[in-house]
Design a protein around this ligand. Structure first.
Ligand SMILES: [Zn+2]
Length: 340
């Protein structure tokens, strides 16, 4: 028995993280979220070049399709390969047949020039017709000038800003610093430590597996009046897995709740990338309803059409050879890990 749904949307991904698996252990065991950033992600992103970004995105796009995800909302950072990075990601996703709404996450961690070049990359890509938002890493790594410049650019371009907000306790100033800047089209990722009575506008992106993995706490997104959508924060492209975790984590604080709220969060992805509603995923399981999905492991897509084009047939990608993508990505991962 099979069932058909629209393509799923992963509302917060970092395609550049696909090559992180197997990376050498950091010099010292990270004991908190800031140390995880310092020792894992900020070492990894500075080592990226465009060739690594390309194969990392190809692998992430293949894995998304293999899990029924036809649209990725990506958040990218590569401080030593900024210019052209968003094109590389968009082209890689197009080659695989996955939709992407990408962004370059600006930061002042590498000085004001880095933030400026990041903003220019966003502007260049979006003005050229690329599907993107203006990206900001997070308030705690940006000056007020950079936050205002990003908000202003987004306003000029008629798009939202995609930013991490209150993921860890080091970003608790964010609600104050972003006050008055946010709009309904902004995407606010994590919001674990965002007060319930905050005044920020935008959709909150919930990434339950990442939050557990980083030990930052539970966002409890049901407490917010903002719309909520589901992401993976770079841990693959399996949105059904995010849904299952979002559901049981909500149960962990409210055992009376059913899977419908978490399913609604998954559906919010279609407000962020409405085109994914035109996609068709034929699943190995029927019925695809929240109660069944919450308790059925191993549901997988058999066939996928994106805008009428078959991109997955009998579980295999049709536009690219997935085995070849994996082999090339492994080569690039070896290069990347050697740099760390
Ligand atoms: Zn993230």
């Amino acid at each position: 028995m099979t069932a058909v749904t629209p393509g799923l949307v992963c509302s917060h991904h970092h395609l550049y993280s696909s090559l992180a698996r197997g990376m050498p252990a950091p010099p010292k065991v990270a004991t908190n979220f800031q140390e995880i950033l310092d020792q894992v992600w900020w070492r990894l992103d500075t080592a990226l070049d465009l060739e690594m970004i390309r194969w990392s995105a190809m692998l992430g796009a293949v894995e998304a399709l293999e899990n029924g995800t036809t649209a990725i909302v990506d958040h990218h950072e590569s401080p030593n390969a900024i210019e052209g990075s968003l094109d590389v990601i968009a082209e890689a996703c197009a080659e695989v047949g996955v939709r992407v709404l990408t962004t370059y996450g600006i930061t002042d961690r590498h000085g004001a020039d880095g933030a400026k070049r990041g903003l220019e990359e966003n502007a260049r890509f979006i003005r050229g017709g690329g599907p993107g938002l203006v990206g900001v890493h997070a308030a705690f790594t940006c000056t007020d000038e950079s936050l205002e410049a990003a908000a202003g650019l987004a306003e000029d371009l008629g798009v939202g800003v995609h930013i991490h907000v209150c993921e860890g306790i080091g970003d608790t100033e964010a609600p104050k610093r972003l006050e008055g800047l946010t709009r309904d089209n902004w995407l606010l990722s994590h919001c674990v430590h965002l007060p319930t009575d905050h005044t920020l506008k935008g959709t909150i992106l919930h990434n339950p597996m990442s939050n557990l993995n980083n030990g930052v706490g539970y966002a409890d997104p049901a407490r917010f009046s903002n719309p909520v959508a589901l992401g993976t924060d770079g841990i693959g492209g399996n949105v059904l897995e995010s849904f299952r975790l979002a559901y049981v984590m909500q149960r962990s604080v409210d055992v009376s709740v059913g899977p419908d709220p978490a399913w609604k969060w998954l559906e919010t992805g279609w407000d962020i990338v409405p085109e994914a509603r035109n996609d068709e995923v034929t699943w190995s399981y029927d019925p695809m309803d929240p109660w069944h999905i919450a308790f059925t492991p191993g549901i997988r897509p058999l066939d996928i059409k994106v805008d009428g084009e078959t991109v997955l047939a009998e579980g295999k990608t049709t536009k690219v050879d997935a085995a070849e993508v994996r082999a090339k990505a492994a080569e690039q991962a070896t290069r990347l890990h050697a740099r760390l």
